[in-house]
Design a protein around this ligand. Sequence first.
Ligand code: FMN
Length: 401
Amino acid sequence: MSQLLLDDGRFREVLGHYPTGVVVITAADAAGQPIGMTIGSFSSVSLDPPLIAYLPMRSSRTFERIRTAESFCVNILAGDQEDLCRRFASGPRDFHGVAWSRSPGGAPLLEGTVGWIECTTYDISEAGDHYLVLGRITDLAVDRPVQPLLFFQGGYGRFTPKSLVALPERDLITGVRLAEAARGELEQLAHRLDAQASALAAAGGDLVVVGATGAPGRPVDPPPGARVPLRPPLGELHVAWQSQEAVHAWLDQIRPADEDLKAAYRRRLEVARARGWAMAMTGSRPEGDFYADLRAYASADLTPERARRIEARITEAAQQYEPVDLVPGQRYDVQSIVAPVFGPEGDVQLVLRVCQLPQQAEATEVLGWIEELTAAARRVSAAEGVSRIFRAIDTGLEQAG
Ligand SMILES: Cc1cc2nc3c(=O)[nH]c(=O)nc-3n(C[C@H](O)[C@H](O)[C@H](O)COP(=O)(O)O)c2cc1C
């Protein structure tokens, strides 16, 4: 077999195209002093027995001090801990001025990390100019489930879940401008219904609050900028008038795939199309929790695991969105009512939503709200200003392109 001779630059160049997480291996040296070493070559290895690995340079003096310790800790750095990464790579590598505690087995633990894995040394073997260290896990925990620090091509960054990738500019700009055009209507709705009125636009697979105004004296929640994933049961008005493919794509997000549930949602879409509005009833879950989820979903600290949990909770809320036939004389706890704003092509461009409505409302009162909301949405759709917005955006994009 021929031997490949590599120069340092090419090796680094190619391998630099592969990103890593960043950990700090910490231990107490022979004198009992805590020390640490930044490592990118960390990996989980085996569940039975529970093993992890990392590869320190054979020339490393820091590792020579770490290897004598009974136990060591793998500290998974969070996205905001670049300073610790540098300190333990090219800085003093000691713990002076660093917040730390001890793991159950006595190894130094850095504070504020995503999590830690305490190990005893299982094996050390030579691997070229590095050692391959296998650690046997003795304890481990997640302390702060936030975005971890990532290292890529000499730079630091964070993982970006798909939903946090920049929203398509055109969708957002259109939404924000339409919400601005609808502002007067939203303010009047909030005032007359003693509720919060907001405008929602679809952008990048999410529903984004592009405008909101609260009832007098009450906070605006969810605020502009809040987002929810555009997945059943949310966003039905945004898909109800769209193509079959768009409806399929929306329904395909139901996991595990459930044909009965999909059929039920198709019926809901039909009802929404026929009515020209949709309504959700107040659920057993406090509304504040729901909005806390929304804020988490829109925050930079969203991890894929947290996004999945929020999405699962949204799916659980599905029955609140079951169409209700209002019966005169009966009282209802309405969470929200939505109505579509159509663009010049007849597609839904914006949804007006009222929430924080008075509870235990009688059917005719609810019908009155629906009438006010749908009339406002029709006025926004018909407004001369709205078609001007579309024309302006199209012209602007053509010029930019
Ligand atoms: C992001 C990052 C990842 C690193 N990964 C490793 C690694 O996997 N193995 C290693 O030996 N050194 C790695 N280093 C360099 C060591 O942290 C540094 O050489 C170490 O502190 C040892 O110092 P010493 O050689 O003076 O003992 C990394 C540095 C950075 C910034």
